[in-house]
Design a protein around this ligand. Structure first.
Ligand SMILES: [Zn+2]
Length: 317
């Protein structure tokens, strides 16, 4: 092939490429189809009339001022692919969306910028919805959008709480919790990384707080058994099992020599009890006060303060 011929072909190909690129205007094409989907109410589902209802629930984002992050988009896209797959298989797929907008983060942010949380949340929701979520082209049924800060929504979370309270499943108790001094919030163990807050990186401290608990221990058996019948990966099932924390064993009551203090100990190995030579109490254990002799009081107090208030989870472990 001659030199001229080759350069002519390269030129032709460049022209062709330029033409193809000019042809695909994603902003125009996507907004055209998204408008058609919306006007045809393509993704709205009448659940009462649906013959093959399929509920495809993804978690609702927390509408932060920064907007959606790429991790949200990654997770939502995967979920939407599954929803579209089920739709093409003839299911009446309901894919709801909403905003989980309550919480200490909204409150802290509002304090930081000096604005009412309600005003901030509304602006953030508009940004999430109009500028981000709708442009992703996910088949959400926006006619069922929920916002957890809407009184018509949270009256039901309050109603559920009252039912739990009346059934004795919600109760208050004082206890030491993981506390992030910068987010000013309680953290679950899963929200800490190496003794630091997962969100801001600040060292987590232990704080004694009176707070609400849900008595999920009543459901340990059911939670545990139901894991066997759901289609989840083994890694996730194992995490759930550890979180449920079911452990079979016995409680043994030890009594101090003066017979005044009783200490309950849980063990999975009661048959080894005859080898037990000592008990270790956590610094926050109420029995520490009972067994401390007067000459050791100040020393123990210092140890407790140092451990409970100053040490991170990691250092204690
Ligand atoms: Zn934090």
């Amino acid at each position: 092939m001659g030199k001229k011929n080759l350069s002519q072909r390269i030129e032709n190909r460049t022209v062709l490429l330029n033409l193809q690129m000019a042809k695909y205007n994603h902003l125009e094409i996507e907004s055209k189809w998204q408008t058609i989907w919306e006007t045809q109410k393509l993704y709205q589902v009448d659940l009462k009339a649906a013959k093959r209802p399929y509920y495809n629930l993804m978690m609702f984002p927390y509408p932060s001022a920064e907007g959606l992050h790429v991790g949200n988009v990654f997770a939502f896209t995967g979920s939407d692919i599954h929803a579209r797959f089920m739709k093409l298989h003839g299911y009446d797929v309901f894919e709801p969306i909403g905003f989980d907008a309550f919480g200490i983060h909204s409150e802290n942010f509002a304090i930081k910028v000096g604005k009412h949380p309600n005003e901030l949340i509304n602006n953030n929701v508009i940004n999430f919805k109009e500028n981000q979520l709708k442009k992703l082209g996910i088949m959400y049924d926006w006619s069922h959008e929920v916002n957890t800060t809407d009184p018509s929504y949270y009256k039901w979370t309050q109603w559920i709480f009252i039912q739990l309270f009346n059934a004795g499943l919600a109760y208050q108790k004082e206890g030491y919790v993981n506390w992030c001094p910068s987010c000013k919030t309680v953290l679950a163990n899963e929200q800490t990384e190496g003794g630091n807050c997962e969100r801001c990186g600040r060292e987590v401290i232990q704080k004694n707080l009176k707070q609400w608990f849900f008595k999920i221990t009543d459901y340990v058996e059911r939670l545990y058994n139901n894991l066997k019948i759901i289609d989840w990966s083994n890694i996730i099932k194992k995490t759930q099992e550890n979180w449920i924390g079911k452990s079979a064993g016995v409680e043994i009551i030890f009594t101090t020599v003066d017979d005044k203090t009783k200490i309950r100990v849980f063990t999975t190995r009661p048959e080894t009890i005859f080898g037990a030579t000592y008990l270790v109490l956590a610094p926050e254990h109420p029995a520490v006060d009972m067994v401390t002799t007067s000459e050791n009081k100040s020393l123990i107090k210092k140890y407790r303060d140092d451990t409970i208030k100053k040490m991170s989870l990691n250092e204690r472990t």
